[in-house]
Write a protein that binds this ligand. Sequence first.
Ligand SMILES: O=C(O)c1ccccc1NCC(=O)[C@H](O)[C@H](O)COP(=O)(O)O
Length: 248
Amino acid sequence: MTLVKICGIRDAATAIAAAEAGADFIGLVFAESRRQVTPQACHDIVEALAERRRLAPPPADLGGPARGEVSARSWFPAWADAIELALARARPLLVGVFARMTPAEVNDIAEAARLDLVQLSGGEDDAFVRAVQRPVLRTIHVRDGDDAADITERIIPGLAAATLLDTAVPGALGGTGTAFDWTLAEDVAARFPVVLAGGLTPENVGEAVRTVRPWAVDVSSGVETGAAKDPEKIRAFIRAAKGASRDR
Ligand SMILES: O=C(O)c1ccccc1NCC(=O)[C@H](O)[C@H](O)COP(=O)(O)O
């Protein structure tokens, strides 16, 4: 079943609505953005979700493979299995979205907010990924003119836990509501578990899931009305994504 990440949540009520609708990941944006979560809202969201997860052991350590422990070929599938096992114990997992910060800042926030995973969206290099003390979702921004081979060569086993494919938009690092050509992601998703992002909506996510067969999908703008998250759109998005992955 395709996993779903709802990104850019800024209050506890919406986090709980997304969790009740079946979200697998909740994304809190710490990068500079109109969606940046305030310290108070972050605290409220973390506490509200912790209360929901109270009966399950917290997956503080997702228990994925260590570098050198599995072959390059098994690296991403092993991480996908570890994350799915963690999800069986506690859902949703909390993902912090970062860009243009230092590894120390990322690690401090991840620790304080008890994040399960860290998403790097600022084109961080390999040394940065290595320095992050949480499993990393590493964003690859797909540019006009890229082909599947260009994307694949940027995916390096042994570093991040998974790859998030998002649209490259000049002057922005994410949350733009802009899609890229999904046929590029088809080949990549056949080789690696990928999180498909960029311009997904409740209306198009079914087709995206059937076309690309991603491990997970990620949405922000497509479940907003005005500048705010819309619980009805969140429910419709999750229904459509999960429904399409059941059909395929
Ligand atoms: O969402 C933001 O405002 C943001 C700002 C800076 C870096 C990353 C950001 N979001 C990353 C995400 O994971 C979004 O969910 C992803 O880009 C998809 O967004 P959308 O196209 O709006 O669905």
